[in-house]
Write a protein that binds this ligand. Structure first.
Ligand code: HEM
Length: 188
């Protein structure tokens, strides 16, 4: 929601899609969620820039290996920084820009096969809650976008919206996102 408030173009596009797909319906329900293709891109881009678990769980290598010329002894604890990989300019153009369209016609996904995007990790320790989490996020966002128009509170400029994150094992916004919902009357 915060990234969309900063870029109204994305907000309008995602909202138009939800309202078009659910035209004439009183509620957004699970059965038409698969039609919200642009919202999928928005969620993917949000998870790239703001992974809830920026550092994956620690791993340990069983045997000695060489990585980029460095010798890594057996039993070294490895902590992968998924947050940094998601913003690495070697893999992403304009990495800090929130631009959902970058995933259009792209095979990069967070399902564990694209190592540029490891929001849910990869391999055997990968997040088992991925499908549940993404379905809940999508259903929630779709409802928020369908039933309400959104405004920033007076005096807050979208360009300067504070996006600081509070660090912990799981990361979230440091300051609450305060928005004004304006009820949308569903056309009959
Ligand atoms: C957007 C939401 C979520 C994100 C971004 C997320 C991300 C992650 C990440 C990065 C890992 C570590 C994977 C690795 O080290 O390879 C993980 C592990 C895990 N997640 Fe999630 N997760 C989310 C939601 C959930 C939910 C909703 C559940 C449960 C219903 C869940 C349950 C778990 C469990 C049990 C593990 C540990 C798996 C293991 O160590 O074998 N997660 N998650």
């Amino acid at each position: 929601m915060a990234e969309m408030m900063k870029d109204k173009r994305v907000l309008r596009k995602a909202q138009d899609e939800v309202r078009q797909v659910h035209r004439g319906k009183q509620n957004v329900n699970g059965s038409s969620l698969h039609e919200l293709k642009y919202l999928d891109l928005v969620i993917k881009e949000s998870l790239r820039l703001h992974p809830a678990l920026p550092l994956l769980f620690p791993r340990e290598n069983q045997s000695k290996v060489e990585v980029c010329g460095y010798e890594i002894p057996a039993k070294t604890k490895v902590i992968v920084n998924g947050w940094a990989i998601g913003r690495d300019p070697r893999y992403w153009t304009e990495p800090t820009k929130f631009y959902p369209e970058r995933f259009m016609d792209s095979t990069i996904d967070y399902k564990g096969n694209s190592f540029e995007l490891i929001t849910f990790g990869a391999g055997r320790r990968m997040c088992p809650g991925m499908l549940y989490a993404t379905a809940v996020v999508k259903l929630t966002l779709a409802n928020l976008l369908y039933h309400f128009d959104w405004k920033l509170v007076d005096g807050v400029d979208a360009e300067y919206l504070d996006m600081t994150e509070a660090f912990g094992v799981a990361v979230g916004r440091k300051c609450s996102l305060c928005l004004i919902p304006i009820a949308y009357s569903v056309p009959t």
